[in-house]
Design a protein around this ligand. Structure first.
Ligand SMILES: Nc1ncnc2c1ncn2[C@@H]1O[C@H](COP(=O)(O)OP(=O)(O)OP(=O)(O)O)[C@@H](O)[C@H]1O
Length: 260
């Protein structure tokens, strides 16, 4: 595909819950700097795949590796230390703190050394505190919440709160970001802005994988799309190919018929 190297590699992954096969023989890769979406009808296995890729669930079979390191058996925080950072569907902001303070707290939590220095009262602590403050401001600006920086996080719209979640993820300095249904609950204009943000994040060198239901959003942002149905990959390719793939159309129509 013209991408330099593989970032994330999913090999022969299967997940069984008792008798239920949630994923079987899943194989795909995400290249460095790529934006890849994982889509599929309800119950297709997207959330299960997401949890396997972020270490929240161990596969029954197979392996996920990131930049050559197998993730099997690693704890979520160890995976995060590799630069693989996820967002959550429900963003847990502190509603009674400002957006800026939420970021500062997030940065403090990661900057253990800075906090240690602060406790010892080292002169370096003050400059490190200043750096954290600058970084918090940068992150708030980056996700487009500059004008909301000093508002209480709880007063933000649902979509804006998702942006705080993304800023908190960016605070961890990911080399790859996994986004779990990032635009669910956003209106059309927020979604449009979010697509721009994802492109901007990628342009700054971060690889992106998203699981998302919003088809127009997925079509507009993705370099490549992987389609799951009943726990199996049924199609993989660029948006124009996926949009016109009869197998994909059939899978989604089938779901519509089942719902009606
Ligand atoms: N912890 C679990 N125990 C038992 N079955 C599970 C568990 N998690 C998921 N499943 C089942 O595995 C299958 C895949 O579920 P999953 O949530 O991964 O699908 P999904 O594509 O994310 O669906 P949705 O779009 O509705 O969120 C479903 O049949 C689901 O009921």
């Amino acid at each position: 595909m013209g991408f330099a190297a593989t970032a994330l590699k999913v090999e022969q992954v299967a997940v069984r819950f008792g008798g239920l096969v949630a994923l079987s023989d899943m194989n795909f890769t995400v290249g460095e700097g790529e934006i890849v979406s994982l889509i599929g009808p309800n119950g297709a296995g997207k959330t299960t795949a997401f949890n396997v890729m972020t270490g929240f669930l161990d596969p029954t079979h197979g392996c996920v590796s990131y930049r050559g390191t197998a993730l099997n058996g690693l704890k979520p925080h160890q995976i995060a230390d590799l630069g693989l950072i996820r967002t959550f569907q429900r963003t847990s902001v502190f509603p009674n703190d400002t957006v800026y303070d939420n970021l500062l707290v997030g940065l403090h939590r990661r900057g253990r050394v800075g906090l240690f220095e602060a406790i010892l009262g080292l002169p370096r602590a003050r400059s490190s505190e200043r750096r954290l403050r600058e970084r918090a401001s940068e992150l708030v600006e980056w996700v487009g919440l500059g004008r909301r920086a000093h508002d209480l996080a709880g007063s933000l719209s649902y979509g804006e709160q998702r942006l705080v979640g993304v800023a908190l993820a960016l605070a961890a300095e990911p080399s790859m970001l996994l986004l779990d249904e990032p635009v669910s609950g956003m209106n059309a204009s927020e979604t449009h802005t979010f697509v721009e943000l994802i492109r901007n994040i990628r342009d700054r060198g971060v690889t992106i994988l998203l699981v998302e239901h919003d088809m127009p959003m997925v079509m507009s942002v993705s370099d490549r799309i992987v389609v799951l149905n009943y726990g199996r990959i049924i199609a993989e390719g660029p948006p124009d190919v996926i949009r016109n793939d009869p197998v994909v159309i059939e899978a989604y129509l089938g779901q519509g018929a089942a719902r009606a």
